[in-house]
Design a protein around this ligand. Structure first.
Ligand code: SF4
Length: 186
């Protein structure tokens, strides 16, 4: 396929499986980009990174891991005092960077494995990515990867890929676990 180079932002291993199946099946030449300064804490970042490495090996793709740019403070500053809009700001941080790298590498397209998750704000991600791309040299490739939700889960289990139980940031971890506080009382 002409003009087939795509930079795929990857948030974690399980979310990448179905998008990679689809994109490779459609003839795209995929390079992954694991850029997620929202993930808290560092150990969690490393576990998700390892999951991405395992998935990348299965698909035979290369992934860029800009670990030197894993900077949770950058994420915290981006959302500070605007926590109610934090997801949009978090998507923006990650997609802006993905687009910048795609431009630098002269890719034809960029996209994100975030479009696989039923837990993410799908339409906001798509609209934001379209706005960021504008009429520029790198187009946003939209696909509704949620169609493969069950398939991605099953393969991630079969392949024993680390599956997280919260979205990624400190806020989401607290929301997931705050029940522990009441259980520990009395
Ligand atoms: S809940 Fe998820 S998408 Fe929203 S800010 Fe936290 S890590 Fe980002």
């Amino acid at each position: 396929m002409a003009d087939s180079k795509i930079l795929l932002h990857i948030c974690c291993g399980p979310c990448a499986i179905y998008p990679l199946q689809q994109l490779q099946g459609q003839g795209y030449e995929v390079l992954g980009f694991f850029y997620n300064p929202n993930i808290h804490p560092l150990q969690e970042y490393l576990k998700r990174r390892e999951g991405v490495e395992q998935v990348a090996k299965r698909f035979g793709i290369r992934v860029i891991y800009p670990d030197e740019e894993y900077d949770p403070v950058l994420y915290m500053r981006r959302v500070a005092f605007r926590e109610n809009s934090r997801c949009l700001l978090c998507y923006q941080l990650r997609l802006e960077k993905t687009l910048a790298i795609a431009k630098r590498g002269r890719f034809s397209f960029f996209s994100s494995a975030l479009l696989y998750s039923k837990h993410q704000k799908h339409d906001e991600i798509a609209s934001l990515a379209r706005d960021l791309a504008g009429e520029g040299s790198v187009s946003f490739l939209y696909q509704d990867f949620r169609n493969g939700w069950r398939q991605g889960i099953e393969l991630s289990r079969q392949w024993n890929i680390y599956r997280q139980d919260y979205c990624g940031c400190l806020y989401s971890e607290f929301e997931r676990r705050k029940g522990l506080l009441s259980r520990n009382k009395g």
